[in-house]
Design a protein around this ligand. Structure first.
Ligand code: URA
Length: 436
């Protein structure tokens, strides 16, 4: 077998055998296949696509390229929630404690982020003292003890994906259904959970910009999960406007806390309840997703989920007082207001533009080794459908570099479209795929 023939076969629209896919995945991981051949192969896949069988094979080889975590030491059905990535998505910090408060063990492995904002691990680091690298025994012990632990994903999980994803990132080959689904599912399948809940984002701020593509991605990932014996469900949810009002690391954790106090924005509260309700159902603690949601709603308004969050923060070395005192978070030196130039209604807030503006403030990374400004980000004062008058503040940019905020301001301003008439309300949860 040789790599040139495999590239040519895919270039010409051929179907690859499992052995050929294994040859590529294993060869690239060991360094035997150079970047230029891997790039050509990935581009051929982006143009020609891979079918279900090819995608299943790719997932399996990437999963098996590293270790599979043994979480059997954790009692109960472990349900992992994973988002395909959006702007302002802090649901892990809300749905996690909600599910844990309902008795679902939440053992979450997360990553750092490239792009718009940091990832879950970066967001956690905005809590002073928080440890984000737990060893396996500590991780298992914490989940058994407090019901919830979040740790950084080690390089030992799906190292093939780590290498391939890094190459995709710089060769314009991220946005392909089979590559995205095999990348995400290889990591999920190696991470030792019993069931997988996927939040597949759909809209301007997501990989999948239209509903049909998002449903196809959701279908593919749920089929991969089920073929490996894992209960897998996917919710397709809106990502046309940012989720909630806060975008940026510490801002998002603060908003998650407000939400756990029952005072969060409507969209983030609703999505967190739907997702945690599904987790509770998948974990066998409710007879239906709706019943799961009712239970999580009780846990939200009783304050039990907030208690879980505080216990998780304390267990990982963070200061639980951050739930009561926002000044414990990194504070920005500068703020800039973005004001409305018109009267009317907010018709659109482009999540892609807000994401890019957030990156400009210093809240995200352009390159792997960039240092994030944890205080940086955007607070959206007016969401889609809300009324505005000329001069009202639409958003506030914050961070430690005035120059960066100024470079973010134009992009942020362009994200807002004001119209005379209110827009039609969009559904937040568009569909749920894979429920038996
Ligand atoms: N997230 C991943 O882990 N992989 C992708 O390909 C896209 C999003």
């Amino acid at each position: 077998m040789d790599m040139v023939s495999i590239i040519e076969k895919k270039r010409d629209g051929g179907k690859l055998s499992s052995e050929e896919i294994g040859f590529f995945v294993n060869g690239y991981t060991t360094g035997d296949i150079p970047d230029y051949q891997a790039s050509a192969f990935l581009m051929a896949v982006c143009i020609r696509g891979m079918d279900k069988e090819e995608t299943f094979s790719m997932t399996g080889y990437m999963r098996d390229s590293g270790e599979t975590v043994d979480l059997s030491g954790i009692k109960g059905i472990k349900v992992d929630k994973h988002s395909t990535g959006g702007v302002g998505d802090k649901t892990t910090f809300i749905a996690g404690p909600l599910a844990a408060a309902c008795g679902i063990p939440v053992a979450k492995m997360s990553g750092r982020g490239l792009g718009f904002t940091g990832g879950t691990v970066d967001k956690m680091e905005s809590v002073p003292g928080m440890r984000t690298a737990l060893d396996r025994d500590e991780f298992i012990h914490q989940v058994n003890d407090t019901g919830l632990a979040v740790t950084g994903q080690t390089g030992k999980i799906a190292p093939a994906d780590k290498r391939i994803y890094a190459l995709r990132d710089v060769t314009g080959t991220v946005n392909d259904l089979s590559l995205i689904s095999s990348s995400i599912m290889s990591k999920k399948l190696a991470s030792g959970c019993d069931a997988i809940l996927l939040d597949v984002k759909c809209g301007k701020g997501a990989f999948m910009q239209n509903y049909e593509d998002a449903c196809n991605l959701a279908e593919m990932m749920t089929q991969i999960g089920r073929s490996c014996g894992k209960k897998t469900v996917a919710a397709v949810t809106d990502m046309d406007q940012p989720l909630g009002r806060a975008v940026g690391n510490s801002l998002e954790v603060m908003e998650a806390i407000e939400t756990l106090k029952g005072r969060g924005p409507q969209d983030i509260t609703e999505l967190s309840l739907v997702l945690s309700g599904l987790m509770v159902y998948m974990g066998g603690k409710a007879s239906s997703p709706e019943a799961g949601r009712r239970i999580t709603e009780e846990k939200l308004y009783s304050g039990d989920a907030l208690k879980k969050f505080r216990a998780y923060i304390a267990a990982q070395g963070g200061d639980p007082e951050i739930t009561e005192n926002k000044t414990l978070f990194p504070q920005p030196d500068h703020r800039i207001d973005i004001k409305s130039e018109d009267n009317g209604y907010v018709y659109e807030i482009g999540a892609d533009r807000i994401g890019r503006a957030s990156l400009h403030t210093g809240a995200g990374r352009r390159f792997k080794d960039d240092i994030i400004d944890l205080s940086a980000g955007i607070y959206i004062c007016r969401k889609v459908g809300e009324k505005v008058s000329k001069g009202d503040i639409l958003a506030v940019l914050q961070g430690n570099s005035q120059a960066k905020l100024l470079s973010a301001a134009e992009e942020c301003r362009k994200a807002f479209r004001i119209s005379a008439a209110a827009p039609e309300k969009k559904e937040l949860v568009k569909s749920v795929i894979g429920l038996e």
